[in-house]
Write a protein that binds this ligand. Structure first.
Ligand code: PRP
Ligand code: MG
Length: 181
């Protein structure tokens, strides 16, 4: 895209690769929840693109709802504090819930969210994420659907931001060093 010319040094996943992966994940989700109602929950803001494309890749009815959480506390993620900024609009008791996010980094956000939603009496709670970084593998969070496991490097695009920019890229990549300075 013209507005980011030169900012990306490496494209990890193209638009075509992302859409193909989401279609693959959608086929598994259709099979696993066959004959059951399903509520997909997107985690604002990063999951907006994945939710939009994943939901449209599903050849079935889904309910869609959204949560916004802050995992930064007062400073860094390492504080371990997660707060709800926007809760679900719906009662999930007795429902199959699939949380959708675009990346699991430390695993803090989704491990907390699974525990929180599980306490509301759903029929099931599972996670679908497009990307997963290595640190998340040491967290007690089970991920049912993973697009790709990636290396521990900073990625942007397709919902992922740097300083709130680059979320609207159709691809996922790494930023050139000059962007940070
Ligand atoms: C990012 C990303 C995931 C989360 C993953 O969201 O979208 O939701 O961090 O990190 P973790 O596994 O270490 O918790 P962020 O909280 O930055 O907000 P955003 O979605 O609005 O960008
Ligand atoms: Mg997020």
């Amino acid at each position: 895209s013209a507005h980011v010319e030169g900012d990306l040094v490496n494209i990890l996943f193209t638009e075509e690769q992302i859409q193909a992966k989401l279609a693959e994940m959608a086929r598994k989700i259709e099979a696993d929840y066959d004959g059951e109602d399903l509520l997909v929950v997107g985690v604002l803001k990063g999951a907006v693109m994945v939710m939009a494309d994943m939901a449209r890749a599903l050849n079935r009815h889904v309910e869609m709802d959204w949560m916004a959480v802050s995992s930064y506390g007062s400073g860094t993620k390492s504080s371990g504090v997660v707060r709800i900024l926007k809760d679900l609009d719906t009662d999930i008791a007795g429902k199959h819930v699939l949380i959708v996010d675009e990346i699991i980094d430390t695993g803090l956000t989704l491990s907390w969210l699974v525990t929180n939603l599980a306490s509301r009496g759903p029929k099931s709670v599972e996670i679908a994420t497009l990307l997963r970084k290595p640190d998340a593998l040491s967290m007690p969070v089970e991920v049912k659907y993973v697009g790709w496991d990636i290396a521990n490097e900073f990625v942007v695009g397709y919902g992922l931001d740097y300083d709130e920019k680059y979320r609207n890229l159709r691809e996922i990549g790494t930023l050139a060093p000059h962007v940070y300075s």
